[in-house]
Ligand binder design. Structure first.
Ligand code: BTN
Length: 325
C-alpha cells in the first residue's frame, strides 16, 4: 500500500495511472493499492477529469490517455509538497490569499498560485495584468529575523526568477533594481514583496511573482517566455526551476547574496537618474533629483549610486532609477 499521509487520493491515483502508461487498471486494483474505497477512486477520477486530465473509464477499468505538455499547477502534481500548494482558478490576488494563510500560521514554503487574477497588484500601487497563460504565485517565507534583512527574501526571489527564465528560454535574463527581471530591454517578470513584523523583528514575508510565460506581454516594453522561444512554454517548468534555484540561494545572506544579485544585474557601471519611487511610472526627467553611476546593490538591497558627492545608498521602495539617461 502507498503511504498516503501527505498526499491526496488524486495525487496517488494520477501517479498509478501514469505508471501504467495508458493501459487500463481496474478500480478494485487501484482502491487496494491506495488503501481507499472504489467510490473514493471514482470521485478522484471525476475530479481529475473535470480539471482536464484525459482519463477514460472503460470495461477493464481506468486509463490515462496521451497527456499534453505538463503545465498543471494543481496541488496534486507536487508530490510530498502537495499540502503546501493552494491553487485557484481565479482569485483577486494571490497576495490576498497568501496573507490570510500567513495570518493563520501557515508554514514557510506555502505557495498560492492562480490561473487568473482579477485584481493582480504590481509595485507602487500599479495593476498587474493577470490573464490566462501567465504564471502568478505568492510564496510565504515564515522565518523570522532582523527586519533590517527584509530585502534578502526579495533578492533571492528575483535572482531565482531570472535563473528560471534563463533556464527555460536559453536567453540571458537580467535583474533591474529593485525587483524586475528583463530580457534585453523588455520586462518579463516582476516581484512584489509584502512583509509583516513587530519592532525590529520580521515575522513573515510574501514574495509575489508574476512571469509572462505564454500570456501576451503588456505592450511593447514587455516580453514573454513563449515569445522568446517561439513555442508554448510550461509554466510548471518555470515554477520548478524557480523552486530549485531559490533553494540553492536560501543558504546565502548578506554580502554573498548581494554578490549573486549583482552578478545578474543590469546596468552596473552605467549612468542613471534618481527619482522618487512614486514617479516611477512616467519616469519624467523633470522629477529627477540626482544622477550617478549605478554600482549594484549592498547587502540590504539598497542601490549604490556613485555621485559627485560620494556613494549614495537608495532604499528600494523610496527611490526609482531611470536607466536611459
Ligand atoms: C511589479 O513588477 O510591479 C510586481 C508584479 C508582481 C505581480 C505578482 S503576480 C502574483 C502576485 N499577486 C499579485 O497580485 N501580484 C504578484
Amino acid at each position: 500500500m502507498v503511504n498516503k499521509r501527505s498526499r491526496s487520493t488524486r495525487s496517488l491515483l494520477l501517479e498509478q495511472l501514469r505508471l501504467f502508461r495508458g493501459a487500463p487498471v481496474s478500480g478494485e486494483k487501484l482502491a487496494a493499492a491506495l488503501g481507499v474505497s472504489r467510490v473514493a477512486i471514482w470521485k478522484a477520477v471525476k475530479s481529475l477529469k473535470e480539471a482536464g486530465y484525459p482519463i477514460e473509464a472503460e470495461g477493464q477499468g481506468y486509463r490515462i490517455g496521451q497527456e499534453a505538455q505538463n503545465d498543471s499547477l494543481h496541488p496534486w502534481e507536487f508530490g510530498d509538497h502537495e499540502s503546501l500548494v493552494h491553487h485557484w482558478d481565479t482569485t483577486t490576488s494571490t497576495m490576498d490569499r497568501a496573507r490570510e494563510l500567513a495570518e493563520r500560521g501557515a508554514p514557510s514554503g506555502t505557495l498560492v498560485v492562480a490561473e487568473v487574477q482579477s485584481a493582480g497588484r504590481g509595485r507602487s500601487g500599479r495593476r498587474w495584468e493577470s490573464v490566462s497563460g501567465g504564471l502568478f504565485f505568492t510564496l510565504l517565507i515564515a522565518q523570522g529575523g532582523p527586519i533590517l534583512r527584509y530585502a534578502s527574501a526579495g533578492m533571492r526571489a528575483t535572482a531565482a526568477v531570472a535563473d528560471a527564465i534563463a533556464g527555460v528560454t536559453g536567453k540571458g535574463a537580467e535583474l533591474r533594481w529593485p525587483n524586475d527581471v528583463y530580457v534585453g530591454n523588455r520586462k518579463i517578470a516582476g516581484i512584489l514583496t509584502e512583509i509583516q513584523g513587530e519592532g525590529d523583528r520580521l515575522n513573515w514575508s510574501l514574495l509575489g511573482i508574476g512571469v509572462n510565460v505564454n500570456n501576451p506581454g503588456d505592450g511593447s516594453r514587455t516580453t514573454s517566455c513563449g515569445e522568446l522561444t517561439g513555442h508554448s512554454v510550461s509554466r510548471r517548468d518555470v515554477l520548478d526551476a524557480f523552486i530549485a534555484s531559490i533553494g540553492r540561494l536560501s543558504v546565502l545572506e548578506g554580502a554573498s547574496l548581494a554578490g549573486e544579485w549583482n552578478a545578474r544585474a543590469f546596468g552596473r557601471g552605467s549612468r542613471v537618474g534618481i527619482l522618487p519611487a512614486s514617479h516611477d511610472e512616467g519616469k519624467d526627467r523633470r522629477d529627477l533629483f540626482g544622477a550617478g553611476i549605478f554600482a549594484g546593490i549592498d547587502e540590504f538591497g539598497r542601490a549604490l549610486i556613485r555621485t559627485d558627492r560620494g556613494t549614495e545608498l537608495h532604499e528600494p521602495g523610496a527611490t526609482s532609477v531611470a536607466w536611459d539617461l
